[in-house]
Ligand binder design. Structure first.
Ligand code: ZN
Length: 494
């Protein structure tokens, strides 16, 4: 048994959550659910980044006090766990969770004790959207490459963190595999960045520029801790870091895996800055960073600020949670952005879940009723040839270790197709009723269907539960009456 701590990035709450955020939640949830299904210990953490300057500006734009604005939006992010069936064990909101501020202060002090801070006058171009400084060479006509907005000129005295000190150690951790970054494209990107060398970074801002929102620098109340430092800290403050909480020893120091699931845009923060902070504070590094691409709508990045956000809750209300989850897992490529449309989600769900899984379960249960009066264990031999479930499980584990959801779901989809082909090949309805051959054929199909139902659990929990119920005999040893398991969505909308 292994122990895994899995986190998702904590988003800014400057607007309501869009469907791109849902992708990350579902991916992390599948990793957590799969590990639990294999008997491992898992803790899945989510949260919100309340201290971003973006939140302050967005609140001011609608004339609502920052705290009230943040509370409202953060609740919408946290609330997504219900419609998306995300199995969070914990959720941290950085502005109001009591664990956070003392933990961030402790992290700061640990790095200060290492001699990793110094004050310096600084001038640079800052993108509030990214909450980061940009070198002139990285801007396009003075504009942020991510947001296309003009980066503002900031000059002030800040606290600087000796990031440069940790370059060799981080490069070594990544190239040796101590800190895995998957898929490899993203690992190569970080390695190339590190090979160019690292500058120290500004990790505070004046109270003035922060509009008084955020956590004060310990022993220097004129400065506010840089929001990324504050936000990255959530991964350990949620475990009670700095408070002598044994949870931290169990789930950070004592975990076999410390996994961060993030979007490609914040790779540098997680693969360079965060490891440096941990090394400075004398804490173990993450073991793996899983990176996903973006979702787009008509080719443009989905973003809260761009205004093309697609509301997750209304998508779930329209197509159902498992259709959305399955599309994320089955169709979103590993490193290329995926264009989101409802039509794509519906087509994939209808093909795989309604016609593939739903049809298989419906056919099998119908046959058991017609040919064996619904009885499993009597009309259907429970001990016939065994489908190799452990091999499928091992293959799915390997795919998920590589953060490859398309490969993982493809394994289940192949089992569905095999089972459906098996129905056509064995034609149990042509075998003598009650014969050994009929019992074996039906038993084999029931076991295959059950395996599919079980393996689907971490991916599409609702469909899996319905399938299991359909394949579980009642007190009289009979399966429930057959009914369509997953109705097709497209015809109902036509
Ligand atoms: Zn930006």
């Amino acid at each position: 048994m292994t122990r895994s701590y899995i986190t998702v990035a904590i988003p800014y709450v400057n607007a309501r959550p869009h469907v791109g955020y849902a992708l990350e939640l579902v991916q992390a949830d599948v990793l957590a659910r799969w590990q639990r299904s294999q008997g491992h210990e898992v803790r899945l953490l989510g949260g919100t980044d309340d201290h971003a300057l973006k939140n302050v500006l967005a609140a001011a734009a609608v004339g609502v006090p920052t705290k009230q604005f943040v509370d409202q939006n953060a609740a919408a992010f946290e609330g997504l766990r219900v419609p998306l069936h995300v199995s969070f064990d914990d959720f941290i909101r950085t502005s109001r969770d009591r664990r956070h501020a003392p933990g961030v202060a402790a992290l700061w002090r640990a790095c200060a004790a290492r001699g990793d801070f110094y004050r310096r006058w600084y001038e640079g171009r800052y993108c509030v959207g990214c909450e980061q400084f940009y070198a002139a060479a990285d801007l396009i006509d003075g504009r942020c490459p991510e947001h296309g907005t003009v980066a503002e000129l900031v000059s002030e005295e800040n606290w600087f963190f000796r990031l440069s000190r940790y370059r060799d150690r981080i490069l070594d951790a990544i190239t040796s595999g101590e800190l895995a970054i998957v898929p490899e494209t993203y690992r190569n990107e970080v390695v190339a960045f590190l090979r160019e060398g690292l500058d120290d970074i500004s990790v505070s801002r004046s109270q003035d520029r922060a509009h008084g929102w955020g956590l004060p620098v310990p022993d220097d109340p004129t400065q506010v801790i840089y929001v990324w430092w504050d936000a990255l800290g959530n991964y350990v403050t949620a475990l009670g870091y700095g408070a002598g909480d044994p949870t931290f020893d169990t789930w950070w120091r004592g975990a076999d895996e410390r996994i961060h699931v993030i979007g490609k845009g914040i790779l540098r923060f997680h693969a360079v800055y965060w490891p440096a902070i941990l090394l400075s504070a004398g804490l173990p590094l993450p073991t793996k960073i899983c990176v996903h691409p973006y979702l787009t709508a008509d080719g443009a990045k989905l973003s809260k600020s761009a205004g093309n956000a697609i509301d997750t809750v209304s998508v779930v209300e329209t197509v159902g949670v498992d259709a959305l989850r399955w599309w994320f897992l089955r169709d979103v490529p590993r490193t290329v952005d995926a264009d989101f449309t409802l039509e794509r989600v519906i087509a994939r769900s209808d093909e795989d879940l309604a016609h593939g899984v739903g049809n298989l379960i419906h056919r099998v249960v119908t046959m058991v009723h017609r040919l064996a009066d619904g009885a499993v264990g009597d009309g259907v031999a429970p001990d016939g040839p065994v489908v190799d479930g452990s091999r499928a499980s091992a293959e799915i584990t390997a795919a998920l270790d590589a953060y490859d959801f398309r490969r993982a779901t493809g394994i289940v989809r192949a089992l569905v197709d095999d089972a459906n082909r098996r129905v056509d090949a064995t034609r149990p309805w042509e075998l003598p009723r009650g014969s050994r051959a009929a019992r074996d054929a039906l038993g084999d199909l029931v076991r295959r269907a059950r395996l599919v139902a079980e393996l689907l659990g971490p991916f599409v929990p609702e469909t899996s539960t319905l399938a299991r119920i359909a394949l579980t005999p009642d007190a009289t040893g009979r399966l429930p009456a057959s009914r369509p398991l997953v109705p097709a969505i497209a015809p109902a909308r036509a």
